[in-house]
Design a binder for this molecule. Structure first.
Ligand SMILES: [Zn+2]
Length: 182
């Protein structure tokens, strides 16, 4: 596979709703995809990206909130504690941010690029980002957490996205708004 052709998929693309398959054996191709996902995440000023967001229906995520890069395969939350609600954006749902209730502290189990099992403890923003990305692996998007007012906001946004000529790039404000892009 030529991973340089991967691009970020936008709401409406069916791959975002598919449940990602568990990776049985980590191959060089998986490592290539993870590398390309990191490039796309950084290029889009994102702090997390899941493989379905680049059209790959396999359980892989990358996360970097500024305190180090995580590349995780088959990540799973094995412990949850407390609650938090942070306004989240998503690279696959441009221009929308929605407050999502999630656990404040989590313990994750996953495997790394070498196929070795790892556990990761996370809290606050990092915990939020991991839960957001794991949501992508289950076909969940922030719009699924929308309340009535959010839904109006989303409908308006989708309309403006549809009316935007295909060749036009997203306005800079949407990627550099300072909002969390995951
Ligand atoms: Zn997202």
């Amino acid at each position: 596979m030529d991973t340089t052709t991967l691009k970020i998929r936008i709401l409406g693309d069916p791959v975002l709703r598919r449940k990602a398959a568990c990776v049985k054996k980590v191959t060089a191709e998986h490592c290539e995809i993870l590398k390309e996902m990191c490039r796309l995440m950084y290029e889009s000023s994102g702090i997390g990206l899941a493989a379905p967001q680049v059209g790959i229906s396999e359980a892989m995520i990358v996360v970097d909130i500024g305190s180090g890069l995580y590349k995780l395969i088959n990540p799973r939350v094995i412990k949850r504690e407390g609650h938090q609600a942070i306004e989240e954006g998503c690279l696959s749902v441009p221009g929308i941010s929605i407050k999502v209730k999630r656990a404040k502290k989590i313990l994750l189990s996953a495997i790394d690029e070498t196929g070795s099992p790892v556990t990761v403890k996370a809290e606050d923003l990092l915990a939020c980002v991991f839960q957001h990305e794991i949501g992508h692996l289950q076909g969940k998007l922030i719009v699924d957490y929308a309340n009535f007012f959010d839904k109006i906001k989303i409908a308006k946004k989708m309309k403006s996205l549809k009316e935007r000529p295909k060749s036009a790039a997203l306005p800079k404000a949407q990627t550099k708004s300072g909002k969390l892009q995951l």
